[in-house]
Design a protein around this ligand. Structure first.
Ligand SMILES: NC(=O)c1ccc[n+]([C@@H]2O[C@H](COP(=O)([O-])OP(=O)(O)OC[C@H]3O[C@@H](n4cnc5c(N)ncnc54)[C@H](O)[C@@H]3O)[C@@H](O)[C@H]2O)c1
Length: 212
């Protein structure tokens, strides 16, 4: 798949489209219009058309989009065809919950290694995932060729751990810590901030009430 520069907001919507297209496929639907898609995924149809336009001519005017070919196309982009191993760093409350979840519904993502400095956790298997001592971080990440990491360490440890991850060759960090990490240009950081999400939700609840 050639690499294309697409806006981050578009990239974030792709898995949403992908999941809904799978629902349509399972319901034996052959095609979908951008209006139908828009209602189902709650993204306005102009945005959907613009998102899809980054990937060339995917649909035909008056026909809509062919569900199967769209899915095939997105599967390629989202790497759904190959198993992606990620590591988790920081096996505390949040880290343990994510390990227990381990993307069971997804066929292509799994946490294949976890790291923590606590001696009682080192070299154990937790939720089916090997936990290595933090001192082995660099070695294991390199050996297992892990590209993406879920970061669930305490905030004050996050930058030092990030520097180690970058040195080990990691290219993406899903950052659950409240710290804004500093990384080189070739490393992507996706910040997950539950407070932010909740505040956004509350904002929309209030706005909807005003418009009711
Ligand atoms: N984004 C969110 O919505 C959200 C929600 C809850 C917590 N958090 C954040 O997630 C992080 C984890 O929270 P928690 O409640 O699970 O904390 P926790 O203290 O239970 O777990 C942190 C774990 O990191 C380990 N650790 C410390 N230094 C490490 C290192 N160098 N390498 C690997 N592991 C190391 C600790 O031993 C511990 O097991 C915190 O930064 C917290 O602020 C974020």
């Amino acid at each position: 798949m050639p690499s294309r520069k697409i806006p981050r907001a578009t990239a974030k919507r792709l898995p949403v489209y992908y999941r809904y297209l799978n629902v349509l496929l399972n319901a034996n639907k052959k095609r979908v219009s951008s209006t139908e898609l828009s209602e189902a995924v709650q993204v306005d149809s102009a945005t959907i058309r613009r998102d899809f336009s980054y990937f060339g001519e995917l649909g035909k005017r008056g026909y809509g989009y062919d569900v199967e070919s769209l899915l095939k196309f997105f599967r390629g982009i989202l790497n759904q065809d190959k198993l992606t191993s990620v590591a988790l760093v920081g096996v505390g409350s949040l880290g343990s919950a994510l390990m227990n979840y381990n993307f069971h519904q997804s066929t292509n993502l799994r946490i294949s290694a976890a790291f923590d400095p606590k001696p009682e956790l080192a070299n154990t298997i937790k939720s089916g995932i090997p936990v290595y001592p933090a001192s082995e971080l660099k070695k294991q990440i390199k050996e297992q060729q892990i590209d993406a990491v879920i970061l669930t360490v305490p905030g004050d440890k996050s930058q030092a751990v990030t520097d180690e991850l970058v040195a080990a060759g990691v290219h993406g960090i899903l950052n659950f810590t409240p710290v804004r990490l500093s990384v080189p240009k070739n490393v992507q950081v996706q910040n997950i901030d539950l407070t932010n999400e909740l505040q956004t939700l509350i904002y929309f609840i209030e706005t909807n009430k005003v418009n009711e």
